[in-house]
Write a protein that binds this ligand. Structure first.
Ligand code: TPP
Length: 319
């Protein structure tokens, strides 16, 4: 396979894993099998897969409340992720944290995060650590356009610029923050323009195009690893589902609710695949393998025993 073909195949499989994971999560949530809240990134798969697909084992990500895709594509184990969603002791947080508390430091996943904007502060800390320890690598801090208005966004980007930290601020502009549309809380058409205020590059990328996302992050990661400092990447994408599962989405018109799924990074890559030298048979094989891996994980996790009630106070206080 050529480089581009190989990359496209890898990213396609990664997007299919995210899609399958979240479709199963949506279904099981509706059936009442997953306690707590879950936030899905269906429609946004190219952001996570493209960005994490450009990273290596030396690199880290900090994620958000909508982080299944980031965790999966950076190499977290779907079985332990599913177990966490099903609140089982085999999950990443022993089933006590749920979807927004998945972390796998060995895989470079420094955590999903329910506190909006904190991925940027934690990302700056991780990047500073890499710089001080003089070890290779960079950090991708994912956040949404809603988080871009939080005070910590400014503090994090300013500090990263001053210290030329190896970090990429990756904003998934999915057109809504909770229940309010983009124009209610962002004054610029291109959020990436804000980077100029900090003195580092800002790049806008089509978040439906996984290869474009990959190329943008690859370039920013090379810049970061070379000591040239941060980049702000804004990926224009679209959130298919509500803010949380169960959100009636009354802030979208009926037409939007019905047609929103036309924005589909997986279908887009399928359309472009022949020109990349990937035929339908190869794609079907990749999709089937992705679906099987995730279905197996969900089946395993849902079959586990729930933790014994008498363990409930364990791990509340550190030793
Ligand atoms: C500090 C903080 N403020 C408010 C909330 C409530 N909250 C949860 S998600 C969210 C919107 C986030 O929007 P965005 O950053 O665009 O991410 P998206 O949900 O679109 O992925 C808000 C306000 C929170 N979790 N943390």
């Amino acid at each position: 396979m050529t480089d581009m073909r190989e990359t496209a195949a890898r990213l396609y499989r990664s997007m299919c894993e995210i899609r399958t994971f979240e479709l199963i999560a949506a279904e099981r949530y509706k059936q009442g099998d997953l306690p707590g809240f879950i936030h899905l990134s269906l429609g946004q798969e190219a952001c996570a897969a493209g960005a994490c697909g450009a990273l290596t084992a030396d690199d880290y990500v900090t994620s958000t409340h909508r982080g299944h895709g980031h965790c999966l594509s950076k190499g977290a184990d779907p079985r332990r992720m599913m177990a966490e969603l099903f609140a089982k002791a085999e999950g990443y947080g022993k089933g006590r944290g749920g979807s927004m508390h998945i972390a796998d430091v060995a895989a470079g996943v420094l955590g999903a995060n329910g506190i909006v904007g904190q991925s940027m502060g934690l990302g700056v800390g991780a990047a500073l650590s890499l710089q001080i320890r003089k070890v290779p690598g960079c950090v991708v801090a994912f956040f949404g356009e809603g988080a871009s208005g939080a005070g910590i966004a400014h503090e994090a980007m300013n500090m990263a610029a001053i210290w030329r930290l190896p970090i990429i601020f990756f904003c998934e502009v999915n057109r809504y923050a909770e229940l309010s549309p983009y124009s209610v809380h962002v004054s610029l058409d291109r959020l990436a323009d804000r980077a100029a205020a900090y003195g580092f590059p800002g790049v806008t990328v089509d978040g439906e195009d996984v290869l474009a996302v990959h190329a943008a992050v690859d370039a920013a990661a090379q810049r970061a690893r070379a000591g040239a400092g941060p980049t702000l990447i804004e990926a224009k994408t679209y959130r298919w589902h509500g803010h949380y599962e169960g959100d009636p989405q009354s802030y979208k018109t009926r037409a939007e609710r019905e047609n929103g799924r036309a924005f589909d990074p997986i279908a887009r890559l399928e359309r472009e695949a022949p020109a990349l030298g990937l035929d339908a048979g190869v794609l079907a094989g990749l999709k089937a393998a992705a679906e099987q891996r995730i279905r197996d994980a969900a089946e395993w996790a849902s079959g586990l025993q729930s933790p014994a009630p008498e363990t409930i106070l364990e791990d509340v206080y550190a030793e």
